[in-house]
Structures are given as C-alpha cells and as structure tokens.
Design a protein around this ligand. Structure first.
Ligand code: FE2
Ligand code: FE2
Length: 256
C-alpha cells in the first residue's frame, strides 16, 4: 500500500487531466438524460458475468492515475483483497463485478462517458470534485435551472432521485438492480462518487438511508484503491472459486 494513490496533483500522465477536461465539459443534464434513454431499457445484449469480464479483458482505464492493468486484473485484485480480509461473500462478489459497467466502452462509448469520478448533474458542480476548474466550459455551469446549489432537486430528496454523471457505475447498478442487496448496489452505484463518499460534498441531497449506505461505499473504497498492484493475479487458478461465487448470487444471463 502506498500513500500516492489518486494523486492527481503530480500527474505522471497528462492524459488524466485531458480525460477530465472532456468529462467535465460534456457531462450535462441533457447528456445524462439521453444516455439513460439509450441504455437503461437494457435491450442491447443478453450475457453473463463471464462474457462481460472476457470482453473487458483489454480495456485500460484512462482516468485512473494508479493503474495500467487490464480490468480483469483489477476485478480479481479487488475481490482477492476482500477475500484475504475474510470479508463476506456478497462483498467479495461486489468487488469482483463492480467495474463491469465498463462494457459501455465496447458499445462505442468514449472513456469520458464511462469512467472517472462521478458527480450529480442538475445542480451546481461542487468545488470538491476533482479538477473543478474544468467545469468552466460545461453549459450547465451557467444554466438557469442547473447552476444553483440545489438545482432541480429538493434538499434531502435522496440520491436515488438525483441524476449522476453517466458512466459505468450507474449503468451496472441498473443491470444488477434486481439481484443484489441495497448495500452491494450502493457500492456499485456510488463507488466513483468521490466528492460524496470522500469529500462530504452534496450531503444536502442525501437522506439517512444514503448516509448509512455510504459507510459501505467508503469501506469498499479502500479495497478498490489499495488493492491495485502491477502483480497479475493467476486467473486460471482463481476461476473455480469465482465461478461458484457468481453462480451463487447471479443468474447465468443478464440483460445489458
Ligand atoms: Fe469503477
Ligand atoms: Fe474499481
């Protein structure tokens, strides 16, 4: 474990800032609404967890300052770190699948609409989001309805009513919605919402249920971040365990 994870200030790779320039400019309320209409009917594909994982094999996340490894390695590293700590099976499963929404890349979505930190749209962008200055060119920053602190929401309305920037978290939440617990689903849906779960921004949109669930999101985050290593897990020897685990919680096929 190092203390340098998510160190955006000493970027070895300028591509992370370039990534957020696109992400923060183009994630608008209208954009999110159009992607929800496009994807959330979940009529694109019928496939199992393993097919999704294999499809993701080659994707490397441009927004991640920590990791140059394929997603399959990250899935296994996260889940194995949870397993090594003796955490419950549902949480190991959650770690294993949490990033599978990145199959959006395979459907042709650019990385700025798939990965990176997420944040609410439809209300003012918080200064506690990474690279807040990069929202300057987002049209919602000066929009009559979306630029005020509360925007289109009411205080305490609960995050379920809040539109988050579009990406792999929200998408996978909808794919798995009928199959996992509220805790697992909150982890999947909000794991990239760093402004919320780490910086404490947007508390005015949350209700008490959200605050309880965010304890699980924060607990999970350590494993998502600090399990990252350049050592590649041995997929072949781990596969039988994960096949059983997936089969225990999820159907053979899911709607994507
Ligand atoms: Fe993620
Ligand atoms: Fe992750």
């Amino acid at each position: 474990m190092t203390t340098s994870h998510r160190d955006f200030d000493h970027l070895a790779r300028p591509r992370v800032r370039d990534f957020y320039a696109l992400n923060h400019t183009r994630q608008t309320y209208a954009f999110v609404s159009s992607k929800r209409r496009e994807y959330l009917p979940l009529r694109r594909r019928r496939m199992g967890i393993w097919q999704a994982l294999e499809a993701l094999g080659q994707i490397v996340d441009d927004s991640d300052p920590d990791l140059d490894l394929p997603q399959i390695d990250h899935a296994l590293q996260t889940a194995e770190a949870l397993r090594a700590d003796g955490r419950p099976r549902w949480l190991v499963l959650t770690g294993f699948v949490h990033d599978l929404g990145k199959v959006l890349c395979l459907f042709g979505e650019p990385q700025w609409a798939v990965v990176g930190d997420t944040f609410p749209v439809g209300c003012a962008f918080s200064q506690r989001i990474v690279f807040p200055e990069l929202f300057a060119d987002n049209p919602d920053s000066t929009h009559a309805d979306y630029a005020s602190e509360v925007g289109v929401y009411t205080p305490g309305c609960g995050l379920d009513r809040v539109r988050m920037s579009w990406g792999h978290d929200e998408y996978l939440y909808h794919v798995l919605q009928d199959h996992l617990s509220d805790e697992a689903l909150a982890i999947i849906r909000y794991h990239s919402f760093y402004a919320g779960h780490r910086e404490g921004a947007y508390d005015f949109l949350m209700n008490d249920d959200d605050r309880k669930l965010f304890e699980h999101v924060r607990d999970f985050n350590r494993y998502d971040l600090y399990s990252k290593s350049s050592e590649r897990p041995d997929f072949a020897s781990l596969r039988p365990y994960y096949e059983d685990l997936v089969a225990d919680f999820l159907p053979d096929r899911l709607q994507w």
